[in-house]
Design a protein around this ligand. Structure first.
Ligand code: NAP
Length: 273
């Protein structure tokens, strides 16, 4: 039997186990997906332990995504983003990947969004870094807007062709944008949005990384403005799909994983990745 795991603190109500196990069932893979909650300073030690125990792959969530970099050989994209959320133990050394970036890209692609114009990424934390690198690598011109403007500038310096901004000029930035990604935590379990409704328009595709609730205030405003909307569960799904494919070297059963994820999000459990 193959064993996969998630490390995070907390990981209490993670949706990754049902999502991945639905995938294993759908392709007939004899595998389990379990969660571990190491002490907050023990992320790298947990990676070493999982490797020693013969675990096949692990996902990594907050607060360990940066800490585990030193315990793995990072893939080039993970190294550029500076964070790892998927570790593959099948090679000689543990390899660290960042599937959040691909998750954002594949979520948009799933909705037939063309990724060749300009994108505004709001947020410069982990999700913002992943989305900015992911979209820039697709060839988009990326503008990063963040509450703490210096973080936006720092990230823009690292992302090819990107520029950094504060939140004040969002309406101007969005006027000719094709894609908007909310990569802040604003809207999570609250009826708030980081983007003024009046700045949204019908030529936008809007991805909200927040997935609890599924229909955030931002997505409701975007739909009202005639924009295409992509909820955060799609990004969560595709980061998992990408991890599944890295670990098993086969196409993931996307529908089965999506069904399990959506069923989990519909439950009473607080939604965490
Ligand atoms: P993070 O690293 O802590 O970054 C948080 C970001 O939100 C920062 O840019 C921060 O700005 C901004 N922010 C926080 N409160 C704000 C406020 N009141 N007004 C404006 N900006 C505010 O967190 P993260 O890991 O990037 O996660 C961000 C969100 O994305 C979370 O809701 C998380 O669940 C979600 N996420 C979803 C997926 C998915 O697959 N769907 C994957 C990863 C993350 P400052 O820099 O100014 O503090």
């Amino acid at each position: 039997m193959d064993v996969y795991a998630l490390i995070g603190n907390p990981v209490g109500h993670s949706l990754s186990p049902p999502m991945h196990e639905a995938g294993y069932d759908a392709v007939g893979l004899d595998a389990k997906y379990v969660t571990f909650e190491p002490a907050t300073d023990a992320g790298a030690a947990a990676v070493d332990a999982a490797d020693t125990l013969g675990v096949d792959g692990i996902n990594v969530t907050a607060p360990f995504k940066q800490d585990v970099l030193g315990a793995v050989e990072p893939a080039p994209l993970a190294e550029r983003i500076g964070a790892v959320n998927t570790i593959d133990f099948t090679g000689e050394t543990p390899t660290g990947h960042n599937t959040d970036a691909v998750g954002a890209v594949r979520a948009l692609r799933h909705h037939d969004v063309t990724l060749d114009g300009s994108a505004v990424v709001v947020g410069a934390g982990g999700a913002g870094r992943a989305a900015a690198f992911g979209l820039a690598d697709e060839g988009m011109t990326v503008r990063i807007a963040n509450r703490t403007e210096t973080r936006a500038h720092d990230l823009a310096d690292a992302v090819p062709g990107a520029s950094g901004h504060g939140l004040d000029g969002l309406a101007e930035l969005l006027a000719d944008a094709d894609v908007l990604v909310n990569a802040t935590s604003v809207g999570m379990d609250e009826d708030e949005t980081p983007v003024p409704a009046g700045a949204l328009h019908g030529d936008l595709a809007v991805l909200d990384a927040v997935y609890s609730p599924i229909e955030t205030r931002l997505l409701q405003d975007a739909a009202a403005a005639g924009a295409r909307t992509v909820d955060g569960a799609w990004m969560l799904l595709y980061q998992g799909v990408e991890a599944f494919e890295i670990w098993t070297d086969r196409d993931a059963p996307v529908s089965a994983m999506n069904e399990a994820l959506r069923a989990g999000l519909g439950s009473d459990a607080p939604a965490r990745d």
